[in-house]
Design a protein around this ligand. Structure first.
Ligand SMILES: [Zn+2]
Length: 60
């Protein structure tokens, strides 16, 4: 098993989102929050999730 955590400084999240600049290049990993290659829709979904958590109104 290859172990990879989010490469953002200070972030201890699991890096489940990978991206490599080229097929030969090393893959870099981030958690969903720090992943720099999200689509617009993924960005909006994350923003809504963070806002909901901030206001403490997560629907169980
Ligand atoms: Zn992270």
């Amino acid at each position: 098993m290859y172990i990879h955590f989010c490469e953002e400084d200070g972030c201890k999240e699991w890096g489940s989102w990978g991206n490599s600049a080229s097929p030969a290049g090393a893959t870099r990993w981030w958690c969903f929050e720090h992943f720099p290659h999200k689509s617009y829709e993924q960005e909006q979904a994350l923003r809504r999730k963070l806002e909901a958590a901030e206001h403490g109104n997560i629907v169980q």
